[in-house]
Design a binder for this molecule. Structure first.
Ligand SMILES: C[S@@+](CC[C@H](N)C(=O)[O-])C[C@H]1O[C@@H](n2cnc3c(N)ncnc32)[C@H](O)[C@@H]1O
Ligand SMILES: *[C@@H]1O[C@H](CO)[C@@H](O)[C@H](O)[C@H]1NC(C)=O
Ligand SMILES: *[C@@H]1O[C@H](CO)[C@@H](O)[C@H](O)[C@H]1NC(C)=O
Ligand SMILES: *[C@@H]1O[C@H](CO)[C@@H](O)[C@H](O)[C@H]1NC(C)=O
Ligand SMILES: *[C@@H]1O[C@H](CO)[C@@H](O)[C@H](O)[C@H]1NC(C)=O
Length: 244
């Protein structure tokens, strides 16, 4: 009767063995869930609040993914018809305010980075900034010329003003910002519309969770201001001035 109460001594090593097997099983499952490609793990760098999205197997794969949407003929038709004036009006309001703040003027030489069909370029012209051009992987002549924002096809110190709402499409944010700082004239202004509180779409190459990473990346500029805006899914406007 006493023997019935005490469990057999041999059950302890058995339970130990069982938990050991279970533990190693869980460990194996854990290992199998880890990214297999060390390259993709390295790519997933986290500069505090900036995360590069994993999954681009090569630079060509990234570019092709970007082109997939931009070259869609049906979408291009919509962007140049139904969306055309609506977007120009919204961009023109942003640029008018920047003019009032003396961050932009009619005589500014201006560039829009990742301009697609160039509604933002059209908006600049509409508010009087005539010397404006857009840059995109897909050109839309004459207002948008072809080029990669990781290697802008412009000389150093070309522009007084650069606008972009495509920071989230940069696979290499340091190059994206470095190229803007390179092609801006000393004291030139860069205005970015970014998503901090919302997640951009599946064509984004990075996710930004605060403007702190931007302050670090713009290491040749001073932050003038940042404010909340409502700009086509982008919620924050940041303004930098390149140092002299
Ligand atoms: C969300 S769209 C924004 C278009 C435009 N700024 C607007 O608001 O209507 C992103 C644009 O960035 C362009 N893009 C993506 N990666 C690029 C790169 N590496 N160089 C230049 N343009 C790029 C795409 O072709 C696309 O036109
Ligand atoms: C990349 O980083 C994010 C955020 O830290 C994480 O959730 C995700 O699992 C990581 N992906 C890979 C492939 O390491
Ligand atoms: C800038 O251009 C706009 C539009 O053409 C015009 O209405 C405005 O008077 C100009 N501003 C200055 C300061 O020349
Ligand atoms: C800008 O272009 C508009 C329209 O072509 C023109 O009326 C205006 O005089 C131009 N302004 C400047 C400063 O060149
Ligand atoms: C600014 O940052 C870039 C990379 O983002 C780096 O190459 C450069 O050396 C930095 N410049 C200074 C002055 O820290």
């Amino acid at each position: 009767m006493k023997e019935a109460i005490n469990p057999p001594k041999s059950s302890t090593p058995k339970a130990f063995l069982l938990s050991l097997i279970l533990l190693s099983l869980f460990y194996l499952i854990f290992l199998s869930l880890q990214p297999k490609n060390s390259n993709s793990r390295n790519r997933n760098i986290t500069i505090n609040d900036l995360r590069i999205r994993p999954g681009y197997t090569s630079y060509d794969a990234y570019i092709n993914h970007q082109l997939h949407k931009t070259t869609d003929p049906k979408l291009r038709k919509i962007w140049t018809s139904r969306d055309w004036d609506r977007k120009i009006r919204v961009f023109a309001q942003f640029f008018s305010q920047l003019k009032q703040e003396k961050l932009l003027s009619n005589s500014s030489k201006a560039l829009c980075v990742g301009a697609r069909m160039g509604q933002e370029v059209e908006a600049l012209k509409r508010v009087g900034v005539n010397d404006s051009i857009g840059l995109d992987l897909v050109p839309y002549p004459p207002i948008v010329i072809k080029g990669d924002f990781h290697h802008q096809p412009f000389d150093d110190k070309t522009f007084d003003f650069e606008f972009s709402n495509v920071f989230d499409h940069a696979l290499y944010p340091d190059k994206f910002v470095g190229e803007i700082e390179r092609t801006l004239k000393p004291s030139g202004i860069c205005v970015l519309h970014v998503a901090v509180f919302r997640r951009p779409d599946k064509y984004s190459a990075n996710d930004l969770y605060s403007i702190e990473p931007l302050k670090k990346l713009f290491n040749g500029s001073d932050l003038i201001r940042s404010r909340k805006v409502d700009g086509f899914g982008l919620d924050t406007e940041v303004v930098f001035r390149k140092r002299k």
